[in-house]
Design a protein around this ligand. Structure first.
Ligand SMILES: C[S@@+](CC[C@H](N)C(=O)[O-])C[C@H]1O[C@@H](n2cnc3c(N)ncnc32)[C@H](O)[C@@H]1O
Length: 284
């Protein structure tokens, strides 16, 4: 029989096991003082599965990949919104795109939103690049959004946005919003179909190498490195590096830095890096 809340408790030993499982499968480190957070995120799942104890739930998770995905969906933090960190979008418009347009050769810009969450980042790139495509004959783009959570990938693929995620975009750039977003039947917004068809989303764990889709001209790796140990950050950055073109751009999150990491990236501007090939960056 399903348990009631007061019957289920999370022992320190089970908390340690769950932290371990989450760390091994996702790389995410759950801090020791986050037991009540984990408890409240999983308590409902126990009720849904009918497990009466966390020990039973742990047995289930370790033997059932579908439940492991459910656990992953519940422990990830997916906060995101259109136009997050305005200055990186200015850099994209004023530096990265003009340089791409001036460079002879390929006319298709490939972009990877490498911890895409519900897709607002990939869609922000899409509406900016669609504007460029309209005014530059021959220019095109393809955007890949990936995430470890199947729940957010499903939402991103639908691409229906309402409320806070879009409000900021509407406020920051009302003209672009009017040009590229269309209202839908459910009272929300979607990007125009020509943008939508150039964006794809799929499940991917950053601890693994991305096997198809690259190499990319621009990679967004924002607000995700913070969840990992230094060792895993370096591993992820090596994977990302392997997917970048020589003159590509890496963009990280506001509270992140690559400064103390052993990786082949060089700072270009705050939050903006470029890959270094051949030798490691100075100091490493
Ligand atoms: C806070 S959101 C960042 C969204 C977006 N990049 C932004 O800055 O607005 C972090 C995302 O990283 C994803 N994530 C966490 N660990 C991951 C991993 N090992 N591989 C891929 N994605 C992961 C989470 O599921 C979550 O959606």
């Amino acid at each position: 029989m399903p348990s009631t809340d007061h019957e289920t408790s999370l022992s320190d030993a089970d908390f340690a096991k769950l932290r371990d499982i989450v760390h091994q499968t996702t790389g995410i480190t759950i801090a020791e003082n986050r037991k009540s957070m984990l408890f409240s995120r999983l308590q409902r799942r126990l009720r849904e599965t009918g497990e009466t104890t966390f020990s039973a739930y742990i047995d289930r998770v370790t033997s059932d990949p579908v439940e492991m995905q459910e656990l992953t969906n519940r422990v990830t933090t997916n906060e995101t919104y259109f136009y997050r960190t305005p200055r990186i979008w200015s850099h994209l418009r004023e530096v990265v795109i003009p340089r791409f347009l001036e460079t002879p050769g390929t006319r298709q810009m490939k972009v990877w939103s490498a911890a895409a969450s519900t897709g607002e980042e990939a869609h922000t790139v899409g509406v900016i690049l669609e504007d460029v495509r309209k005014s530059n004959a021959g220019f095109d783009y393809a955007i890949l959004g990936t995430d470890i959570s199947s729940r957010v990938i499903e939402i991103a693929t639908k691409g229906h946005y309402v409320g806070r995620p879009v409000a900021r975009f509407q406020k920051e750039d009302p003209d672009l919003f009017a040009r590229q977003m269309v209202g839908d039947d459910a009272g929300g917004y979607q990007v125009r179909p020509e943008v939508k068809r150039r964006i794809t989303f799929r499940l991917h764990n950053l601890l693994d190498r991305l096997k198809t889709g690259g190499p990319f001209d621009v990679v967004f790796l924002r607000n995700v490195l913070i969840y990992f140990t230094h060792e895993d950050q370096e591993k992820i950055l090596a994977h990302v590096h392997a997917q970048m073109k020589p003159d590509a751009t890496l963009i990280i999150g506001e509270s992140e830095t690559l400064g103390s990491l052993n990786c082949s990236f060089e700072a270009v501007a705050p939050l903006i890096y470029r890959p270094v090939f051949g030798a490691r960056k100075a100091g490493h």
